[in-house]
Design a protein around this ligand. Structure first.
Ligand code: PMP
Length: 362
């Protein structure tokens, strides 16, 4: 049997073994075509079937809400930071941003280059260790949209509830928690995510949006950057990242097999409870970074008593087969990313390692 690492990478990240094995079995000869899916035309029937299946499967997992469309794009979530204001922030309007940490700030930076913005809520004063209260936001009448980051991958915080924005479209960067739990797509005008955490390999970006937001791109925008280009052409205007989209479809099948989003959420909660439990019951040896009520069930950030000890933790964990536990270079500390595809066994092995490490160094 293949030896798999205990993979806690933040992204690209662990994929379900069952998906990798299925892809391996189909790699050289996809559906008796004598070709890999990577080798065939994106205009052919065989690929197109996979392409459309991926998009309908995704909407299916979200309960098939009326009036939404899926786009498969390239350029990562980072390109969406710019495409959103390019397409949706017109002259005379302003865009609201919830400032929750590193990724929200990157989205804000791009929007500022393109138009008028305001900070609708912020947890900066709290060093981004919490999610601000968004239950009573006051949005100016000319607000084009409100943007939030549902899960801050670096700080390890996550929204539990989303604001009611009335008629203002709510937009969410769900890169690091999409499909980790059920959510009501009807609350959102547009959500987007790079695939490389919960959906598949890097190279595909998923946008799911209300159709009316995909229809009115300003005339001056170059073709690829227009949402209407991709909406009108079912994400086949130019060559799509076909292998990545095939992998997304396989990951979505796997999610269905896990009991869909409710099943996935239960598994994610069990893993997060085990890991946060180990941190909280360590008598202060391990300290969780995020405010407990805003903790992410995807990215668990924690610290040890000294940077020296953290270095030791990383070194020793690597020697025992754990990968990706170093915190982001901008904040330091430790981070375990426990996305959908990270098996319970990996988290159990990590908590056993943490207990042993505490015995040795506590
Ligand atoms: N937003 C969030 C929340 C992320 O975690 C990331 C990637 N770590 C990005 C945006 C940027 O994504 P990409 O690298 O796909 O552009």
């Amino acid at each position: 049997m293949t030896k798999r690492a205990y993979n806690f990478n933040a992204g690209p990240a662990a994929l379900p073994l069952a998906v990798l094995e299925r892809a391996q079995a189909q790699f050289v000869d996809f559906k008796e075509t004598g070709m890999s899916i990577m080798e065939m035309s994106h205009r052919g029937k065989v690929y197109e079937e996979v392409h459309h299946e991926a998009s309908s499967r995704l909407l299916g997992l979200l309960g098939n809400p009326k009036g939404y469309k899926v786009l498969f794009l390239q350029g990562g979530a980072t390109t969406q930071f710019a495409m959103i204001p390019m397409n949706l922030l017109s002259e005379g309007k302003t865009a609201g941003y919830v400032k929750t940490g590193s990724w929200a700030n990157k989205a804000i930076k791009e929007a500022k280059l393109l138009g008028s913005t305001f900070i609708a809520a912020s947890s900066e004063e709290d060093k981004y260790m919490s999610i601000p209260d968004v239950s009573k936001l006051s949005l100016p009448e000319n607000t084009a949209y409100l943007h939030l980051t549902s899960n801050e991958t670096i700080e390890g915080t996550q929204f539990r509830q989303f604001p009611d924005t009335g008629g203002v479209p709510l937009i969410a960067d769900m890169s690091s928690d999409i499909l980790c739990r059920p959510f009501d797509l009807n609350q959102f005008g547009l959500v987007y995510a790079g695939a490389q955490k919960n959906l598949g390999p890097s190279g595909v970006t998923v946008v799911i949006a209300r159709e009316e937001l995909l229809q009115n791109s300003p005339a001056h925008l170059p073709t690829y950057f227009r949402y209407d280009t991709h909406a009108e052409n079912d994400s086949l205007y130019n060559t799509p990242p076909s292998f990545g989209i095939y992998m997304v479809n396989e990951v979505l099948k796997w999610i269905e097999e896990q009991g869909a989003l409710a099943g996935i959420e239960a598994k994610n909660q069990t893993k997060a409870d085990l890991l946060y439990g180990t941190i909280d019951q360590s008598g202060g040896f391990y300290r969780g970074c995020a405010n407990p009520k805003d903790r992410s069930i995807m990215n668990v950030t924690f610290r040890l008593g000294s940077e020296e000890l953290e270095k030791q933790f990383i070194k020793q964990s690597e020697a025992e087969g754990f990968v990706g536990l170093k915190g982001h270079r901008s904040v330091g500390g430790l981070r375990a990313s426990i996305y959908n595809a990270v098996p319970y066994e990996s988290v159990k092995a990590l908590t056993d390692f943490m207990a042993d490490f505490q015995k040795q160094h506590g």
